[in-house]
Design a protein around this ligand. Structure first.
Ligand SMILES: *Cc1c(COP(=O)(O)O)cnc(C)c1O
Length: 482
């Protein structure tokens, strides 16, 4: 492994990074003053200089791959460029220094932005009310499903089932199950869309909702969405929109107009705030007016020209995040929406779709891909032909891409496509980048033909080579041993 040694390995007894002045007051014995059970024993920290620390962590950070240093076409994740002006806005001291318990009169700026962010998101999705509390997409799903559950209970209905398509993101069944529902799968038809006939047979008075992504996880628009909406609503069930990826339709079509009752958005995907590595996110949830009284408390509101917090939400599911959610993420998304404007958001979607279809056109002849399908913001190709001809799998292609300096696409998802590569270029990538990525894939195809071993042992040029995928997840080594 060509990695960096641990900071502990760089430790030398007696080295120090920071020295306190000689104290002007007498030292106290902590053990005696506070008691032995409170004071920690010596902790075994590395002894290094300030420069050692700076070099160590700077070197580590340079080994990290991110949108700011390369193309990151990870399908379903919308790894678009995050404009730096968003960071500036979110870092303004008026926001960062505000105490969450500050009275409303002293929080007018932040409340105003929250209020407008709620309204902008409602406008973009065709919903009536939005909560900014959920901290991630999955958290938004749980919030949305709990709202549906509470609403149905309020109507005196005990429905037990949630339907999800077989192409759904894994968080959908997980959220439904977490909220106490049985998860029922509806299969996809030959076109990769929800099978309408199968759906009809599944929807009865026990179904609380259908969770759907549109365009779906194959990157295809569910063109039968009005019929789907009718099938659900006729039986008193609701329609939930997984809007983690709104990148294909923002400014063009609205889930609210398609018949959806609840949506969540991943502000950390479509609305350009940085994500990955488990950092803060926002899975804001929007509802139609009839569900307003079930939202988490409080909402930002406006009364008599003052911005305030509205706790008057009679059937609220309660709080699902401390205070008001991850406000920094909301601020970045707000800055993004305001700087693009209505026309800019639509243009972003147009280019996202164009980029995906352009890239597909450049590489479709080397993959298994259905003819003449118009994908939206992302597309799925299959490596089954590589596997049959060269014994090379999607995983090997992904690993070899690392040697070419690209982050691999999503692989083996959605589950209904064998040897899947799911590619989402996003609107922020140039034609040059897309061409370079297509060239790399074509070169890798030639390599697969001539020297398949090169792919099977890839990556070769990264600090860490091929890892055992199973052991890396099941037998994690989290403790350093010499
Ligand atoms: C990313 C994603 C989610 C989950 O969002 P998290 O913020 O990772 O919890 C859900 N659904 C779809 C379609 C997604 O792409």
């Amino acid at each position: 492994m060509k990695g960096v040694p641990l900071i502990f390995e760089k430790s030398k007894t007696g080295k120090e990074g920071f020295r306190l002045n000689t104290p002007e007051v007498p030292e106290i014995d902590l053990f005696q003053t506070l008691g032995e059970d409170i004071v920690r024993d010596e902790v075994d920290l590395p002894e290094v200089s300030e420069l050692d620390v700076i070099r160590h962590y700077t070197q580590l950070s340079r080994m990290n791959f991110g949108v700011d240093n390369g193309f990151y076409p990870l399908g379903s994740c919308t790894m678009k460029y995050n404009p730096k002006i968003n960071e500036e806005v979110a870092a303004m001291p008026g926001f960062t220094q505000l105490h969450p318990y500050a009275p409303e009169e002293l929080s007018q700026g932040t409340l105003e932005i929250m209020y407008h962010a709620q309204n902008l998101l409602a406008h973009i999705t065709g919903m009536d009310y939005f909560t900014l509390q959920p901290a991630a997409g999955a958290h938004g799903e749980l919030t949305g499903i709990l709202i549906i559950k509470k609403y149905l209970e309020h109507k005196g209905q005990k429905r037990t089932k949630i339907i999800v398509p077989d192409s759904a993101h894994g968080t959908n069944p997980a959220s439904a199950s977490q909220a106490g529902f049985d998860v029922i799968k509806v299969k996809s038809d030959d076109e990769g869309l929800v099978d309408i006939e199968a759906l009809k047979t599944l929807v009865d008075e026990d179904v609380a909702a259908l969770m759907l992504t549109n365009p779906n996880t194959l990157g295809l628009f569910e063109k039968n969405i009005f019929e789907i909406s009718k099938i659900l609503h006729n039986k008193g069930a609701l329609l939930y929109y997984d809007g983690a990826n709104l990148n294909a339709i923002m400014g063009i079509a609205r889930p609210g107009d398609m018949g959806f009752d609840v949506v969540h958005l991943n502000l950390h995907k479509t609305f350009s705030t940085p994500h990955g590595g488990g950092g803060p996110g926002s899975g804001a949830v929007g509802v139609k007016a009839f569900l307003r009284d079930f939202l988490p408390k409080p909402l930002a509101a406006k009364k008599n020209d003052m911005y305030c917090l509205d706790y008057d939400i009679p059937h609220s599911i309660g709080k699902i995040h401390g205070f008001y959610g991850n406000l920094g993420v909301v601020l970045k998304a707000y800055a993004y929406i305001r700087s693009l404007g209505t026309a800019g958001l639509k243009e972003a979607s147009d280019i996202a779709v164009l980029n995906a279809n352009y890239l597909l056109k450049k590489i479709k002849d080397i993959f298994d891909v259905p003819e003449d399908i118009l994908f939206k913001h992302e597309f799925v190709v299959s490596c089954t032909n590589w596997k049959e001809k060269f014994g090379v799998r999607a995983l090997d292609v992904a690993k070899r891409l690392l040697d070419y300096g690209f982050h691999p696409p999503t692989i083996y998802f959605p589950l209904i496509v064998d040897e899947a590569l799911m590619i989402e270029p996003t609107e922020t990538e140039s034609k040059d980048t897309l061409d370079a990525f297509a060239d790399a894939l074509r070169k890798i195809y030639e390599e697969a033909k001539e020297t398949p071993e090169l792919l099977k042992n890839a990556p070769h040029d990264t600090p860490v080579g091929r890892v055992d995928e199973v052991k890396a997840a099941r037998e994690m080594k989290l403790i350093y041993q010499e």
